[in-house]
Design a protein around this ligand. Sequence first.
Ligand code: GDP
Ligand code: MG
Length: 431
Amino acid sequence: LGNKLQDILDKLGRERQLTEAQVKASMREIRMALLEADVNFTVAKDFVARVGEQAVGQQVLGSLNAGQTVVKLVHDELVQTLGGESAQPSLEKSGNVWFMVGLQGAGKTTSAGKLAAHYKAKGRRVLLVAADTQRPAARDQLEVLSKQVGVPVLKVADAEAPSETRRRIEEHLARDPRDLVIVDTAGRLQIDEVLMDQLAALKAELAPTETLLVVDAMTGQEALNVAQTFDARIGVSGLIMTKMDGDARGGAALSARTVTGKPIYFAGTSEKISGLEPFYPDRVAGRILGMGDVMALIERAQAADLKAMEAKKPGDFDLEDLLTQLRQIRKMGPIGDLMKMIPGMSRALPEGFAIDEKQLQRIDAMISSMTVKERRNPKIIDGSRRKRIARGSGSTVQDINKLLKMHEQMKEMMKMLQKMSGGGGKGMRMP
Ligand code: GDP
Ligand code: MG
């Protein structure tokens, strides 16, 4: 019992700083997770180096251990790198021209249709332009989508000159005013100089307000090269990551975003016209790290812990606080199992991390059998009260004695730690 409570105390009260060794150990695992998620090697290396540098010396957070704290820092930095909040393309009252570019098969045509549906539903008057001058089938594909969405489409002719395309768009708008023109273009399977020149020429003619690079999330490592080249040759203002419904972990998003520095506006989530969602950096960050719900769990534990610790000075720590903390830990369920799902976490966890659910239950029962007065002021718990509490919780007086002694030690230690850290009951600091 003693060791378990000691462990819990370690997680609750002590302000510790991440050491270089702790960070280094976790960072190796994080880099592996990034590479597994198909983040470009250089991007992963730079990211880990940058975050590692920031992490050393940071406070170990609330109820988390060192490894979990590093994961939290990495996750937060990943969210920031992916753009923080979800971003929206610029949209004026009128005169919006969006230019879709990307490799063949990335999902340009599909995404053009999705965008048309999305913005039509928001009350926009959309015109789709099928500007693939090479493949009539590609123009037909957009025409089918335009009918499905219920917006007009303008199809260019084979090998049509950019100036002619512009003239025809203007002619259409004069007759049928539209405030958002979405231009679908040709793609190639690989980066191709001739295509780049054609796209640059058409872009110069149409002067789009957004140039959206469509990137297939399944392309993994190649995403970096694609994004870099398109941005250098044509100039990109934002990204759309398609096929996020596949099993790609999202490394392509991090690579494309890092190398261009441009916002990721949307995620394609199915072949259907409705399969377009805002891009949520926090979701994708969790996916890249392969954690999902575990992160939510860490955050919940941390929020509750911070609230509890901020409310009181360590010296005030009473049995109610202990109960609150225990329940917090218990609510997290078989936490050992969950933590093992985080890449590399099983090795980063301290030995004996597994919390014995039965023991937690017993302590919970004992404190629950006390009156609020007793919990707030354990000094009043005399012999007859101990007997009553033991009976009520199905334990022995010795168990109660042990619990009270342990609590007393925890309290003393918290006072001591408070003195050591300069007093003042600072509470926890966020990074
Ligand atoms: P383009 O050559 O860049 O115009 O690519 P297309 O729009 O023709 O899309 C190529 C293929 O990818 C088609 O089969 C689409 O249905 C599919 N596709 C596009 N976006 C998505 C997406 O977000 N999820 C899934 N599952 N499939 C997609
Ligand atoms: Mg196409």
